[in-house]
Design a protein around this ligand. Sequence first.
Ligand SMILES: Nc1ncnc2c1ncn2[C@@H]1O[C@H](COP(=O)(O)OP(=O)(O)OP(=O)(O)O)[C@@H](O)[C@H]1O
Ligand SMILES: [Mg+2]
Length: 590
Amino acid sequence: MSGQQNKKKGFDLGLLKRIFSFTRPYSRTLYLVMTLGVVLALLAPLRPYLIKMSVDKYISNNLMQGLIWISVIQFGLLIVESALRFLFSYRANWLGQTVVNDMRNSVFKKVLFQNISFYDRTPIGTLTTRTINDIESINDIFSEGIISIVADILTIVAIITVMMVTDWRLTLVCLATFPLLIIATWWFKEAVNKSFQRVRNAVAALNAFAQEHLTGMYIVQAFAAEDGEMKKFTDINTEHRNANIKGIFAYSVFFPMVEIILAMSLGLLVWYGASRIMNYGATPGDIISFVLYLNLLFRPLRMMADKFNVLQMGVIAGERVFAVMDSEENLPNNGTLSATDLRGQVEFRDVHFSYKPGVPVLRGVSFRLDAGRTMAVVGHTGAGKTSLISILNRLYEIETGEIFIDGRSLTEYDIYSLRGRIGIVLQDVFLFSGTITDNITLRNADISRDKVEHVAKMLGIHDFIMKLPGGYDFNIMERGNSLSQGQRQLISFARALLYDPAILILDEATSSVDSESEQLIQNAIDTLIKGRTSIVIAHRLSTIRKADEILVMDKGIVKERGNHNELIAAQGAYFDLYTAVEQKKEKEVF
Ligand SMILES: Nc1ncnc2c1ncn2[C@@H]1O[C@H](COP(=O)(O)OP(=O)(O)OP(=O)(O)O)[C@@H](O)[C@H]1O
Ligand SMILES: [Mg+2]
């Protein structure tokens, strides 16, 4: 069997070892299962042997008393064997599920703490597959893979040994069909393996397609693209069916073939066995027990190829899961400075930043914002405004230059402590499925309902929330689709204010909202930024005008700085834009 193992592409004993390292906390169960496997293998040839004894010793000689005894022993053995088999399969599966549970937790934990740039490169569908499907395949290693393969091999060895000892010539004749069986098994393994791979790819494609199109359903329907998308889905689905049918074909051919080979073995047994009885003193009991041995032998052999595939799949899945576990993309959190008493002075000194090497996004940004003041950042789309605030939160690492908060370098702070003191409201608000309260507190159980209501009242959005069915318990559907964009932003204001941050970052949504929401939002923004350092990526003229300082960004550099009056007086880029907007009487500048 080891020959077969080595031939497998991608089969890696090191990986298997690593998968098994997850059983360490449960080593007693592992040893128990392994011991049971050995015991069951040794017990396997026992019953046929007892049957041979009853035939040869007791039935042939008409010893009724002995026959009853040996039958009782056999019955007892059956009970013991069944009980052990139950324990074996129950504990092996328990082990699998427990290991899988641990693994899934540690993968998700790893994913949670992954650097944001990791998500720019890794499709969400892939991560879902890693945490759900791949880990499920690893479970199969325990329930159907390695342990039962080892147990099966032991059983086979035990049975063949007993057969050989009983009558080696007869054994060799019976097993003359083995080359056929090996060829059939090899073909089956390859066929199933290929279709397995295809099925897996098709499932991944189905998942990704469904996920993406359900998320983008609004666009699909708004552009009446249903037919085109349906066609694409049908194609992927057909591939899935065809791949499965290929696999089913292999099964449908292989199992009858094994039956035929077994029948051939039995035929050889009867033919050669008869001459053994007549000429060499073999007993009828030998023949009967050989029939049973052959049956016992073929049962695990039939499943062996399948189990090897399962094992291989599990190991491949393990490799992928470990790739996620090993990715060292966590930001270095070497800072020790606590941000608890942050005043909130921010300084950028010649900051250069890019998402991809060679494609600069910020090209030497410098500014200084004193604690408690408000800065509006304006600029055309793609100017680098959102990037500017992402690096302040250390979601991404800068290339050169330095960022200071309260005069200390950003890297000196403990990252989580720092993020806890920076409140952030993003351009497109993401809401999780759950209640309004869940979304404001992010399921932090330490925050009381009173506190949530207090914050909502401060922001002037309590009445709006109370008007929703269920009020604070209003259930937000997946991704917050049940609320308008303005309403979602109001919820995220509360989320940001709740932690009373020293520095507030607000990426204003560009969309115009109705005048009632507009008023609510403006008042809420005023409350939010009062008394704390605020960086507002602003589109509303009202917000920009009120700011202590305006930063005009253009293609990754700071084009102008100053307050509204200064910039108007300077008659530069800001002045041009402002006058254009004034003429059109619009509310938004950029
Ligand atoms: N995650 C990312 N990976 C790679 N490039 C990015 C990423 N996010 C933004 N960029 C690029 O960085 C540049 C600046 O983007 P940024 O989001 O900072 O612009 P912005 O000023 O916020 O624009 P908008 O007003 O449209 O929100 C753009 O050219 C954009 O293509
Ligand atoms: Mg932006």
